[in-house]
Write a protein that binds this ligand. Structure first.
Ligand code: MRU
Length: 345
C-alpha cells in the first residue's frame, strides 16, 4: 500500500486520517490539494511529506506549462512557498522542495525541459528514500538482539515514507532475520499514529504487535519487557539532538533510567546541519481540538485551555545510536555527523 503514488498527471495519496477503519485515497490534480493534504495530515511522516511536496511541484509545473518562462518561474516559486508553509518541523519537506527549486535555477532550459526535469527529480527523491530505508534496515538490524522486545512511538513505517520505513524498516529487517519477539506500539496521543497506523501496518505485514497506551511505557520497562526503543525523526540538528513526535523525549528519559538502548533511525535527508542544536528546531503547534475531541466527540470541556505541541526534542546525550543510510552513528554525534556529511549527500 503506497502512501504516495504519482500517476500520469495526478498524485494519489492514501488518506491516513481514515485508517484503520477505511482504506481510501485522495487524488490531487494540483499543488494546493497536496498542500492541504500535508497540512491536514492525510499524508504525514517526515520523508512522505517531502516526497508528496516534490510531486506537488510537478503538478504546479503542469498547471503553469503554458506560461512564458519568466512567469512560469515566478509561479513555481509561489507554489514552493505555499508548500513550505504547510508544516514547520520535519526538515525533509524543505529539503525536498529546495532540491526541486535547484532545477529551476538551471538557466538554459525551456518550460518543457523544466517539466521533464522536475518529474525526474521527484521520482529520484522517492526512489532514493526507499533505497535509504532499506539500507537503514540492513545497518540497524545488527543492533537488535535475538528474541527482542522492541518499543516504538508514532508511525515511522512504510506509511510515513516512500516505503519500508525508518524505525519500522529496522524492525522489519530484524524481523526478517527472525530476531523480533514482540513490537510494543505506543498509541501516540493525540492523533494516535501508533494505534491507527503502526499497529495497522505491522498487522498487515504479519508482524507481532502489542498496542499500549502512552502512559504504560514506564511500567513495561520496569517489568523488563522492553529490550530497546527505536523511533524515527523529523529533524536532527548538527549536534545530534532529535525532534520527533511528542512523547519521544519522555521515552528517551525512561530508557536512560532503565538502562535500555534508545535508537533513532533517520535518512540523511532528516539532518539539518544549519542548526547547531535542537533548541533551534521549530516545533509545530496544532489545533487544540486534537486534544479535546476524538472524532466528533468532545472528551474535554469545550472551553478548556489546551497546548498542543506536535513534536519534542530529545537531547543527543539520551540517544544510544542514530541509524542512518550511511551507517550507525554513535557519540560524539557532532564530529560523526560532520564526518558523514563530509562526503556530501
Ligand atoms: O505528525 P506526524 O505524524 O507527521 O509525525 C511523524 C513522526 O513524528 C515520525 O516519527 C517521523 O516523521 C519519522 S517518520 C519516518
Amino acid at each position: 500500500m503506497d502512501a504516495v503514488k504519482f500517476e500520469k498527471n495526478k498524485l494519489v495519496l492514501l488518506d491516513q486520517t481514515k485508517l484503520p477503519v477505511e482504506v481510501t485515497f485522495v487524488e490531487c490534480h494540483d499543488y494546493r490539494c497536496v498542500a492541504d493534504a500535508i497540512k491536514s495530515m492525510k499524508v504525514r511522516g517526515a520523508p512522505a511529506i517531502g516526497v508528496a511536496a516534490a510531486f506537488g511541484l510537478v503538478l504546479a509545473g503542469f498547471e503553469y506549462r503554458n506560461s512564458l518562462k519568466d512567469e512560469f518561474l515566478i509561479k513555481m516559486k509561489e507554489a514552493a512557498t505555499q508548500l513550505k508553509q504547510t508544516r514547520p518541523t520535519a526538515v525533509n519537506l524543505f529539503w525536498a522542495i529546495d532540491r526541486m527549486l535547484k532545477i529551476l535555477e538551471e538557466k538554459n532550459l525551456t518550460v518543457n525541459d523544466y517539466l521533464q526535469e522536475l518529474e525526474n527529480e521527484a521520482k529520484i527523491i522517492q526512489n532514493e528514500d526507499l533505497a535509504m530505508n532499506i539500507k537503514m534496515g540492513e545497518f540497524g538490524q545488527e543492533l537488535i538482539p535475538h528474541g527482542a522486545n522492541i518499543l516504538t512511538h508514532c508511525n515511522a513505517g512504510a506509511l510515513a515514507t516512500a516505503g519500508f520505513g525508518t524505525a519500522l524498516g529496522v524492525i522489519r529487517a530484524a524481523f526478517n532475520k527472525g530476531k523480533v519477539k514482540m513490537i510494543y506500539v505506543d498509541e501516540t496521543r493525540p492523533l494516535l499514529q501508533g494505534s491507527r497506523l503502526t499497529a495497522f501496518e505491522l498487522m498487515e505485514d504479519g508482524m507481532p504487535v502489542t498496542l499500549i497506551a502512552d502512559n504504560m511505557a514506564a511500567y513495561f520497562m520496569q517489568q523488563g519487557k522492553i529490550d530497546c526503543v527505536i523511533v524515527g525523526a523529523d529533524r536532527i540538528a548538527a549536534n545530534g539532538d532529535v525532534a520527533n513526535k511528542i512523547g519521544t523525549y519522555g521515552l528517551a528519559v525512561l530508557a536512560k533510567y532503565h538502562s535500555i538502548p534508545f535508537y533513532v533511525a533517520a535518512p540523511k535527508s532528516t539532518f539539518d546541519l544549519s542548526l547547531n542544536s535542537g533548541q533551534a528546531i521549530p516545533i509545530e503547534e496544532r489545533n487544540p481540538d486534537e486534544i479535546k475531541k476524538i472524532g466528533n466527540e468532545w472528551i474535554a470541556p469545550k472551553k478548556v485551555k489546551v497546548i498542543n505541541p506536535a513534536f519534542d526534542v530529545t537531547p543527543h546525550e539520551l540517544i544510544t545510536a542514530i541509524i542512518t543510510d550511511a551507517g550507525i552513528l554513535r557519540p560524539s554525534y557532532k564530529e560523526n555527523i560532520k564526518g558523514m556529511f563530509s562526503h556530501g549527500y
